[in-house]
Ligand binder design. Sequence first.
Ligand code: ZN
Length: 119
Amino acid sequence: MQLNIFAKAAPLLREQKFNIDIDTFISFMGHYHHKDWIYPSAIHRSLKIDIKVIYSILELLVRDKYVESYLQIICPNCRRYTGCTYKNIGDVPETLSCMNCDFELEQPLDHAVIVYKVL
Ligand SMILES: [Zn+2]
């Protein structure tokens, strides 16, 4: 069994008084390991936690260097991941094409979602 690196974040999360079960959250986060992608929507679906609370928690985890945030571009045509991920808003090109359906996105930033990578 691999160490749950998020266990160390439990005291920090308890301090914030989020209206969630921290133990359940931390144990769920134990599924993620170094370099895994974390999709806030997946946590939302599994734990039924308000998506805004999930983003608040993940931003705290960014601040304390457990995870890093990225932008992934979702294709408006096929609704799947375009294959394009960027670290900064400034890195997103003016146009890009979807690796699944070759659709040309004119405003990729309009179709960006925030995802997190475990450090
Ligand atoms: Zn597509």
